[in-house]
Design a protein around this ligand. Sequence first.
Ligand code: ADP
Ligand code: ZN
Ligand code: ZN
Length: 724
Amino acid sequence: MYAKVIVDISNNEVDKIFDYYTGDLSIEPGCRVVVPFGSRQIEGYVMDIMDVSDCPPEKIKQIERRSDDYPVITKEMLSLMRFMCDQYHLRAIDALRLFIPSQMREGKVKELNKKYVTVNPDIDDPRSLIKPSASMQLNAYDYVRNRGEVSLSELNANCSAASVRNLIMRDIFRVKDIEIKRTPYKDLVVNDNGVKLTDDQQAVVDRVMSIDGKTFLLHGVTGSGKTEVYMHCIAKTLEKGKTAIMLVPEISLTPQVLASFRARFGSRVALLHSGLSAGERFDEWRRLLSGEALVAVGARSAIFAPLKNVGIIIIDEEHDGSYTSESNPRYVTSEVAEFRKSYNNCNIILGSATPSIESYYKAMNGEYELLELKNRINNRPLPEISIVNMCNEIYNGNNGIFSAQLENELYNCIGSGNQAIIFINRRGYSSYVMCRACGYVAKCEQCDVSLVYHKEENALKCHYCGNTYKMLSGCPNCGSDQIKRGFVGTEQVAEKLGEMFPDETVLRMDNDTTQNKNAHLSILQRFASKEAKILVGTQMIAKGHDFPDVTLVGIVDADMSLHFADYRSVERTFQLITQVAGRAGRNKKSGKVILQTYSPNHYVYKFAVNGDYKHFYEKECNLREVTKFPPFTKIVRVLVSGESEADVARILQGIYESLKASNINFVFLNYMWAPVRVIKNMRRAQILIRMAQSDRMTDIYRIIDEHASQKVKIFVETNPNSLS
Ligand code: ADP
Ligand code: ZN
Ligand code: ZN
């Protein structure tokens, strides 16, 4: 027999399938094996078993051994791999690597076995074999006999290790290996006060469970109880003997969320996310593969959970940008979900208070079925949003960060013992530093971007490569000491709040304060326990959190995401405002939101203030249709990057000419330097394409392959999150 094997090397030259003899090993598709490759031995994955091979027999080598005693890639994942290779132009091995825990490759993580000792049951009177004078041995013997089974480490800690060894050697004691599964957040306990669904929630659950093979878009306002709907659907799916996948954005995947799923589903839940240790991840993954766990809860990559017979896939906050993988290998989570849906004939629920325009468009066209939760639980009102025109503030002589109204509301809120969330989607102290005299702007030496001032470290930082530079004392260009700072960031807002409320703790949550593993959780816990009354943060604070005493949300600079040169910037602004505002007034107390803007008449604010998603959608959708943007077209970006500007330009131009000469029907086709022209010393240029939704990517991929070169990297993305 011959096995078709993909070897674990990521390199264009070896993106092929190799034939190996199976010898007398029992091998099936999906097995991980060790094979000779050139002069080395490497790991590979068996795709198929054949009776014949086209290779000349003298060239075929034999598989060395199996790496595991079970196949690690299921049949479904093998076909998913083929789908992803076509759809995203991936190398097979890059797709496969997504499917198994990375540390498992090259044996960096192993089962955790513990040795247990019992008395040999085949001996009649074992105690009589021990000399009465050997009191330490008798001691050890009694210790084990009284307990039946003792871990070797416990036994050695309590009895003489030499005696234990002696008894094992004489076969009076038997030792066996028992695997211990590592469980993440083992000690976290949450009571499950299983609620009774509202009629609206029940109707959604009933509809989802009444049919198979459908994608639902669940549009539920913030606080409408979507999580409870998900859990009921999962429970009903398990009753049918099927399994479930529950995805949430990484940032809202707090241990509380995990704990509430475990409280409901016990050890049937397995968690997959980046905060786990390698051992925990490996064990949770194997519990899913073996069928011991039936519900996978995790961030984006949990869509690859090795479950069989999937009955439902839930993607919460479906509009979230983190569901599109931006680094290689690129994939779109909902597309992978659609593949698994077809394979398993299961349902998908995409849930959000602010669905992406693309998803809502599909719901309007019948590709998805729209389900709605229009009210908050207990009919709590949505928070009242007031718009403050910051131009008037300046006119009235207020150049500060906060408008008079936000300042007043802050004093009211904190004074009455409530809590406030202040949102500013920019980290650091100020967005750039500039010389007033000559216009010099401090830039990164390796990237073509301006540096951000971080006051705490008194340093300038590059947000693209992470490089840190000394803060300027004067202009390096003209010597002037008139250094101006740009837009405010979280650090400056927190500092200002500290001055306003000297007796209060102000928490700050952004990329800089959440570098440590548990920092994110600890900030949220300190806020939940009311140790601090004020939380300042970037979009990290916008998602999913439920704090009953938050009565005020301040949006310092709502326009920030509005003026990006990106077709999604208005949609993002609407989503962010709705999500952040949704943090206010979730419990008995009502909530207020102050939204500061320099463009108070922009349509996005009118719709956001009224919580009017539908009319926002109609307006936005119309605009996209007229201007020919997604969902009416597909945007494709071909990004070429490399060390030499000349190579990048030449190859980009070549691709562009070939595209122009092809018979693809472009709505738009142009090439240019990327907005951020250099990152980490790599020159970057791009081709932007808009083409019909229905056009396939195959021709584009073929052209790119023709121009491939060792000198540059070429990335292709459809509808990218960022065009910088
Ligand atoms: P969403 O995800 O839609 O923003 P959540 O799922 O966080 O909303 O629910 C909001 C709050 O309502 C939570 O505190 C949740 O425990 C509570 N809740 C959900 N469903 C019910 C119900 N049927 N009865 C009472 N409380 C509920
Ligand atoms: Zn200067
Ligand atoms: Zn940089």
